[in-house]
Design a protein around this ligand. Structure first.
Ligand code: HEM
Ligand code: HEM
Length: 185
């Protein structure tokens, strides 16, 4: 295996860890928020924070290596759409865990990683079992961002998946399990 292949494999592995983690967390987040599955909250937060480490590694990797080129011919409109969706996905992967942490912290619920507390709950001394927000403004804003961006990113992921499937089957490119890396890592 030459140097370039090794780098391509790192980029590809980072893509798949983030993709699987991101899709799982989105589905779990929608489920827990709509069905009040309280037991899932600490797991969602813990996995989301751990995934942020891989996400930041991946962003550095992308900035360092540049974007992969495409193996198929595209119209100008397709290229623009692909660039917009890729940037939105890349920035969205950072925005989601950051807004989640901001919301959990500012709302007074706190967060941590599997029992290791990073931001403590702000317990209400007058009402046992209830928490008080540290900041109503940041709590409200970040909750909206986490929810709206979460749904927008699901749509972007579907567009992205449709493009990957188009490459795979219509253009007969072997790209589903193999991110094309021509010209970069
Ligand atoms: C089952 C789901 C997925 C499949 C099959 C898939 C497949 C691919 C393929 C084939 C490429 C390279 C070719 C191209 O589209 O230009 C790619 C690139 C990319 N994917 Fe995905 N992907 C999936 C999920 C995701 C998710 C969930 C995210 C982030 C939320 C994501 C973010 C990206 C980004 C930012 C790129 C641009 C190039 C790079 O940074 O490596 N993908 N994906
Ligand atoms: C890539 C990482 C993450 C993704 C993709 C993600 C995705 C989601 C989605 C789609 C929802 C449902 C939104 C709604 O319907 O209200 C949600 C809810 C939630 N997420 Fe995340 N999340 C991530 C990371 C985090 C992190 C790191 C935290 C906190 C440390 C967090 C805290 C929460 C909380 C507290 C809710 C429930 C909101 C409510 O009950 O209204 N998330 N998440």
């Amino acid at each position: 295996m030459n140097h370039k292949d090794k780098f391509s494999n790192i980029g590809r592995s980072l893509h798949w860890v983030v993709a699987i983690g991101f899709i799982t967390l989105s589905l779990a987040g929608i489920y827990m928020a709509n069905f009040e599955a309280w037991a899932l909250y600490p797991v969602h937060k813990s996995v989301g924070i751990l995934l942020l480490v891989v996400i930041l590694l991946r962003v550095c990797w992308r900035l360092w290596c540049g974007w992969p080129g495409s193996a198929v011919e595209h119209t100008r409109a397709e290229r623009v759409l692909a660039t917009v969706v890729h940037w939105f996905l890349l920035l969205g992967t950072v925005l989601m865990p950051v807004s989640g942490m901001l919301y959990s912290g500012a709302s007074g619920h706190g967060f941590g990683i599997f029992g290791w507390q990073l931001v403590a709950e702000n317990l209400d001394p007058k009402t046992p079992g209830q928490v008080l927000p540290y900041s109503d403004f940041w709590s409200g804003l970040s909750e909206q961002v986490h929810e709206v961006a979460g749904y927008m990113l699901m749509v972007a992921v579907m567009l992205h998946l449709a493009a990957a499937l188009k490459h795979q089957w219509v253009a007969r490119q072997r790209m589903l399990l193999q991110v094309n890396n021509s010209g970069s890592c």
